[in-house]
Design a protein around this ligand. Sequence first.
Ligand SMILES: Cc1cc2nc3c(=O)[nH]c(=O)nc-3n(C[C@H](O)[C@H](O)[C@H](O)COP(=O)(O)OP(=O)(O)OC[C@H]3O[C@@H](n4cnc5c(N)ncnc54)[C@H](O)[C@@H]3O)c2cc1C
Length: 280
Amino acid sequence: MYPSNFDYRRPSTVDEAIALLAKHGDEAKLLAGGHSLIPAMKLRLAQPKVVVDIGRIANLSYIRDAGASIAIGAMTTHQEIETSALLRARSPLLADVAARIGDVQVRNKGTIGGSLAHADPAADYPAAILALDAEIDLASPRGRRTVKASAFFVDLLQTAIAADEILIEVRVPATAKTVAYVKTEQKASGFALAGVAVVIGEGGVRVGVTGIAAKAYRAAAVEQALAGQTRPAAAAIALAASRAADGVEPLGDIHASPAFRAHLAQVNTKRAIEQALGRA
Ligand SMILES: Cc1cc2nc3c(=O)[nH]c(=O)nc-3n(C[C@H](O)[C@H](O)[C@H](O)COP(=O)(O)OP(=O)(O)OC[C@H]3O[C@@H](n4cnc5c(N)ncnc54)[C@H](O)[C@@H]3O)c2cc1C
C-alpha cells in the first residue's frame, strides 16, 4: 500500500517544528521513528497533508541526570533507553520495559516520544510511565507545560497533546531497584496483551497496566489493597492482584478475549510484585 500524497518538511529546531504545526494545524503530523505513523499512512488510516520530520532536531535525544529525576528527550530511541547505564543505575524500570519492545529494528528506530504520543493501547511504556508517576513536557506557540502521567492518556490513541504541541521531554523519578515489568506479548509484534509495571517504594506499591483496556491505567484497587506495605505477604499480594482489572472494560480481539486479558492482568500483576520484591 502507498500513502496518499503529502508534503515533507524537515525542521532543524523545535521552534521551526512548532511554527509548522501552528501553520498547518490538523493537516500536519510529526514524524519521529515512523514505526507507527508510516504503517498508518500506508493503510491510509492517517492521511496527513504535511509530514514534519523531527528526526534531525539535534537536542531532542538525550538521557540526563536531573537530580531527583532522569530527563529523557522525546527522540531518544528504545535502544538508547534499554542500554542507558544512568537509567539502569538510578531508575531501571524504563530500561527493563524498553528491552521488551518489539524487535531490534523497532527498538533502533522507535522513540519514547512517538510511542507515548501515539498511545497505542498495547504499547509498553505507558504502564511504566504511570507506575513511575512520570512528568511529560509539551511545547507549543503558547510556551511549555508539564503534564503528569496520570492526566496524559485520555482514551484509545488519544493523549493530552494538542494538535499544535510537541512532546519534548519525559522525566522519571529515581527509584529503588524494587521495580518490575511483566508482559504477555502478542507473539508476532511483541505488543502487550497484558503488561504490568510495578514500583515499590516507601509509600507502598504503584501499578501501571497496559494492553487490557482502551488506555493504560493505574490499578487503583491493587494499590489500595497494598497501601503502606513495602514487603507484603504472599497472601496479600495474591488477593490484591486479583483486583488488577477492577473498574476497567477489557478489550477483546482475535488475540485475546476480554476475560483472558483480565486474567492475564491479574497473573502478571502478582508476578510483577513478586519479581520487584525479589530484587530488593
Ligand atoms: C513490527 C512492530 C512491532 C512493534 N512492537 C511494539 C511493542 O512490542 N511494544 C511497543 O510498545 N511498541 C511496539 N511497536 C511500536 C513502536 O514502539 C513505535 O516506536 C512507537 O509506537 C512509535 O514511535 P515512533 O518514534 O516510531 O513514532 P512515529 O511513528 O514517528 O509517530 C507516532 C505518532 O506520534 C506522533 N509523534 C511522534 N513524535 C512526537 C512528539 N515528539 N510529539 C508529539 N507527537 C509525536 C506522530 O505524529 C504520530 O502520530 C512496534 C512497531 C512495529 C512496527
